[in-house]
Design a binder for this molecule. Sequence first.
Ligand code: ADP
Ligand code: MG
Length: 310
Amino acid sequence: MAQSTHKRVLKLMGSRFEITVIAKDSIEANNYIDLAIEEISRIEKLISSWDPNSQTSEINSNAGIKPIKVDKELFDLISRAIKISELTDGAFDISYASMDRIWKFDGSMTEMPSEDEIKASVEKVGYNNITLDPENSTVFLKHEGMKIGFGAIGKGYAADRAKTLLVSKGVKSGIINASGDMTTWGRQTNGEEWKVAITNPLNKNKAFALLPITNGAVVTSGNYEKYVNFNGTRYTHIIDPRTGYPATGIISVTVFAPKAELADALSTSVFVMGKEVGLNRIEQLPNIECIIIDYQGNIFKSKNIKINKL
Ligand code: ADP
Ligand code: MG
């Protein structure tokens, strides 16, 4: 039977999501898309640090007070996030979140935070002070004022879960695109692989490469949307957990990986690690590739990326 492509765009997790499925008609497609939306909304409820009723908020409000029992799903996500911190020497750190008390990227900041404020705040950052008890499924932030947030991994995780759910329902092909965190499966109706256009943020209108997503997921982190300017320097929403200052130097990182969760976390990490260390670390990981664009517009890529100029 002829299959056709159906897409819905909507706001979830505070971001633009595009859900695409290949199905026999729009009724079937809409049912599948509804299921994916339900799944993503369920995850948002669990992991949001904005929602005061989420388990994540309960962990945060009990920092320095007591361990909190959480669902295995959240416990496992936090365990994997800590593994990524270890893999990136702390460049990735979900406890970066206490810094959001002083760095705000929503347009509300009027002056640069002071050195003392940054120093006092970064003392609360450190994945080593997240205590996990697998037996009781509890999470404890050791110090008062600590806070965790899933801004750099949550959308990727949600995209992976939505895909897994649709695959289990028999959807043969589709894309979950969470504001540039893309995970795909199957092929397009014409039999071709799904492809992603890579753009240079310095020249946004023109994509410079169109790459097949052979490994499942591709994620782009860019600092061209959320940032503040002070004294001629652009500070991005990605924070170096070791200094408390925003990462500088890179304008965009695209990571290809089997799962969107890992691609999401690593794209943020490369921003913090910088182009040399970041590229080097990516090269050591199996099945992971990346493309980095710096402020001068220079493009760096891991060795298995073959760019076909458009
Ligand atoms: P976006 O969500 O804009 O696509 P990213 O996936 O790179 O971009 O995630 C950036 C978000 O990650 C920030 O807005 C913040 O919530 C969070 N974050 C910032 N710095 C770090 C860090 N060093 N480790 C983990 N998460 C971070
Ligand atoms: Mg990310």
